[in-house]
Design a protein around this ligand. Structure first.
Ligand code: NCD
Length: 304
């Protein structure tokens, strides 16, 4: 049984084949309209979501399958004290594949050990978000035409931003990748990401507090929201929330072919005045998310 809990569960060849399938779906959607006929996806979301849950659901519907699930813990039996493992065993009786989002790091892994159907991690606490990373890779490969030989700026909440951790894991496999980590001192990338991924693989990276200073060298700028729900203390959130706000002025020194990504939702870290800039890719990214999830669902269900 294949699950997707961590981006490292996929080989580089598999990631590339998912990207190729997603590109083919975009070009020939009709070919895929019945690929998952009579298959059911269960979306078990214990945390808020707009894009991830709805893109999973529309992905399954566009494959001819159907969808069940819940979108808040309060409306599931977890409110009565049921464990994630028991919920996963139960849902295995009803569905063919699970996408789970949970505030606790490791919950989807626990679910995958109890489930008898594939489990996809749709975000676990401040840890990982592998399907956002697949979305990001598809977007970067379509916009830039490559995944290596780039300087990638990661900006904002690098400590709690789970999408950043998975993205570093995936991009680190490619030749010629360099990272510039742009964050306040309190929100730098966790030690395990630095040690287990960056240092272990000898990936060049540097840290800076200044977006302006980093801007001219970037090929990709990945903006993130300060993750309010992961803070222990509201005062710290308020102090840090406006650390970086991308505006048209700050883009003046940027490369002409910079790609600006953001997993969304945005709060205020990208001014809406940037949306009209041709370098803004974050809504393209949302669309890519649906197609790569279609490819992933087919792969995990063994649909050819
Ligand atoms: C991200 C997440 O949930 O981690 N959103 C998403 O899935 N597109 C980013 C965020 O919430 O800031």
């Amino acid at each position: 049984m294949r699950h997707l809990i961590d981006i490292h569960d996929l080989s580089t060849a598999e990631i590339e084949s998912l990207i190729a399938t997603a590109n083919d779906i975009m070009a020939n959607p009709d070919k895929y309209a019945e690929k998952c006929k009579r298959k059911k996806l269960a979306t078990l979301f214990y945390e808020p979501s707009t894009r991830t849950r709805l893109s999973f659901e529309s992905a399954m519907l566009e494959l001819g399958g159907s969808v069940i699930g819940f979108s808040e813990a309060a409306s599931s039996s977890s409110a009565k004290g049921e464990s994630v493992a028991d919920t996963a065993r139960t849902v295995s009786c009803f569905a063919d594949i699970i996408a789970m989002r949970h505030p606790k790091e490791g919950a989807p892994l626990v679910a995958s050990m109890a489930a008898s159907i594939p489990v996809i991690n749709a975000g676990d606490g401040g840890h990982n978000h592998p399907t956002q990373t697949l979305t990001d890779l598809l977007t970067i490969s379509r916009v830039k035409g490559r995944l290596g030989n780039m300087t990638v700026g990661l900006c904002g909440d690098l400590m709690f931003g789970r999408t950043v951790h998975s993205l570093i894991g995936a991009l680190s496999r490619y030749e010629g990748i360099r990272f510039v980590m742009i964050s306040p001192e309190e929100l730098t990338i966790p030690d395990y990401v630095q040690q287990d991924i960056l240092q272990k693989n000898g990936i060049p990276y540097r840290e800076t507090r200044s977006l302006e200073e980093a801007m001219p060298e970037l090929d990709v700028l990945y903006m993130t929201r300060v993750q309010r729900e992961r803070f222990f203390n509201e005062a710290d959130y308020i102090r840090l929330k406006d650390s970086y706000i991308l505006t048209p002025e700050k883009l003046r020194t940027a490369k002409e072919d910079l790609a600006i990504l953001h997993p969304l939702p945005r709060v205020n870290e990208i001014s809406t005045a940037v949306d009209a800039d041709p370098r803004a890719c974050y809504f393209k990214q949302v669309l890519c998310g649906k197609y790569i999830r279609m490819a992933l669902i087919m792969m995990l269900l063994g649909v050819d």
